[in-house]
Design a protein around this ligand. Structure first.
Ligand code: NAP
Ligand code: MG
Length: 521
């Protein structure tokens, strides 16, 4: 496989460069580009209106596809189909094991579509192809994991009354109903599948609304569901703006809402669901910290730095974009981060050599540039990056920003407190000469945000690392690496969300319980 050589700008940072960018795009033969339909009641169905939203390649700025801007009528049709499939269809009446068999078939069908899915996803949001090539396998893994929980759903759960011998309760785990699944653009497959798989296993039906920038790649999941023979109406797809998402959240035919996205939109959805007393799961933004203990092995940290702190061009909710470095090793940490980030190739996301792609949208590009300007204005020092990337052949209209490392960051700076969602790393210093080796200060810094989603501790001492991890106020935290585990709960505290995905706890979000009290038999 040939890789595109990386051009160097005057700062020495790799710039987006791809002489082959145009050729790569013209040679693509993707099944979905301009589409006029949505998946409703078991079939791709023409939209009721002529309104269409564009799909843009963020590496070039060119529009290459489009989808219907769904109307209230389309939404009624989709929710109506999901409602009928739940109220009268076979899906909720199948046994959990029967549904699990469908989940296993869906997983196989997704894997059969891995490459077109990856190419479509990369064209939609500029995620590096090495990232999106893992999306199908990850999605299949999630379906297969939830299939294993059929056993849990089928287990008899009969509980004696603690103080009344002779009486007992049968506890049922019923599906909660029609689920509205609303996803963002950064991981458009995973963030739908982590809702859809448990919803389907539970016996729910679903209406999916993808983010506007990424409405096409999700069709490969829909195709897999259809190819697996899932009955009509169980899974439906509507496309459209945030307005359609709002209408879906409030639709009278919906029983539960699962949302991943920004904190401001999450608050609005929570308010609407509060008014309706509609159960809701919210996976929102983050601003997580990597605490570097004085004994950390920086060579090992260098190997996982991009994955744990800059994954997907910094567009990952749980990454630790704040590095908390002990004063005694601060300069070493800055040098390590600077050399790792500045050596990582940025360029055409369709090029397998690319580590950093463009920002996913023009709006996100502008937000990130604004944060970079704010960091510089507040006195942060860019040791690499700190500006837009210079255009390269074939990628002149792309939304590229040089991956940036900010040193001399103080806790009050906006870049230290707010979610940037772009290729910007901040390094803050804590005083490890202080009482307790500075750990109180490091933990306080880590906990000094409105969020509580991810985090990391780097240390050569597993016990010391675990003790620090226990003190961080967050939903998930890694020791020397970060990854999500399908079987362990993932969720945010505080402004990072409500409720849990993954694991048996993630399945519980799609269940409603019923206790049937009776005389013991
Ligand atoms: P967003 O603007 O909140 O949008 C997310 C989804 O909600 C999109 O489908 C959007 O549709 C829709 N939407 C917008 N307004 C709505 C409304 N009033 N009611 C219902 N739905 C509405 O987020 P984004 O910009 O796509 O994604 C970036 C954010 O997601 C970041 O803050 C990131 O941290 C967060 N995120 C969190 C996690 C996690 O698991 N915690 C994972 C990934 C990302 P349109 O696209 O059509 O506007
Ligand atoms: Mg948005």
């Amino acid at each position: 496989m040939t890789t595109t050589p990386v051009q160097r700008t005057e700062s020495g940072a790799p710039a987006p460069s791809s002489a082959d960018a145009r050729a790569r795009r013209t040679s693509l033969d993707l099944p979905y580009t301009l589409v006029d339909d949505m998946f409703i009641d078991g079939a791709y169905t023409p939209a009721s209106g002529a309104g269409r939203n564009p799909v843009t390649d963020p590496a070039t700025g060119e529009v290459w596809g489009g989808v219907p801007d769904g109307s209230a009528e389309d939404l009624d049709a989709a929710v109506g189909a999901a409602r009928r499939a739940f109220d009268a269809g076979p899906w909720p009446r199948f046994s959990p094991s029967q549904r699990a068999a469908y989940l296993m078939r869906i997983a196989d069908e997704i894997e059969a579509r891995a490459e077109t899915l990856a190419l479509t996803n990369t064209r939609e949001n500029g995620s590096p192809i090495t990232e999106t090539r893992g999306a199908a396998a990850n999605a299949a893994g999630i379906f297969r994991y939830f299939a294993t929980l059929a056993e849990y759903l089928e287990k008899d759960d009969v509980r004696p009354f603690p103080f009344a011998p002779g009486q007992e309760s049968v506890v049922r785990r019923d599906p909660v109903g029609v689920c509205a699944l609303i996803a963002p653009w950064n991981f458009p497959i995973n963030l739908v599948v982590i809702k859809l798989a448990p919803a389907l296993l539970a016996g729910c039906t679903a209406v999916i609304k993808p983010a506007s920038p990424t409405p096409l790649s999700i069709r490969f999941i829909i195709d897999a569901v259809a190819a697996a023979g899932v009955p009509a109406g169980v899974v439906n797809l509507v496309t459209g703006s945030g307005r359609l998402g709002d209408a879906l959240v409030k639709h009278p035919g919906v029983d539960k809402v699962a949302f991943t996205g920004s904190t401001p939109v999450g608050r609005r959805i929570a308010a609407a669901c509060g008014e309706l007393l509609r159960p809701v799961t919210l996976e929102l933004g983050g601003k997580s910290s990597a605490i570097v203990l004085p004994d950390a092995d920086l060579d090992s940290m260098a190997k996982v730095l991009i994955r744990s702190s800059m994954r997907n061009t910094g567009q990952t909710c749980y990454i630790s974009t704040r590095i908390l470095a002990p004063a005694s090793r601060h300069d070493e940490v800055v040098d390590m981060a600077t050399s790792v980030i500045s050596a990582a190739p940025q360029g055409d996301p369709l090029d397998p050599a690319t580590v950093f792609g463009p920002s996913a949208t023009k709006a996100q590009y502008e937000t990130v540039m604004h944060y970079i300007e704010s960091g510089l204005a507040e006195g942060a020092r860019a040791t690499t990056g700190g500006r837009a990337a210079s255009p390269a052949d074939g990628l002149e209209g792309g939304y590229f920003i040089e991956p940036t490392v900010f040193a001399d960051v103080t806790p009050a700076m906006r870049v230290a407190r707010e979610e940037i969602f772009g290729p910007v790393l901040t390094i803050l210093k804590y005083d490890d000469g202080g009482p307790g080796g500075g750990l109180d200060e490091a933990v306080a810094l880590a906990n000094n945000t409105e969020f509580g989603l991810g985090g990391l501790v780097f240390s050569s001492d597993p016990d010391a690392a675990l003790a620090v991890a226990d003190r961080v106020d967050t939903g998930s935290i890694g020791i020397n690496f970060f990854a999500s585990n399908h079987s362990a709960p993932f969720g945010g505290r505080h402004d990072s969300g409500l409720g849990t995905e993954y694991g048996i706890e993630g399945l519980a979000a799609y269940l409603t319980y019923k206790s049937i009290h009776r005389n013991a038999r």
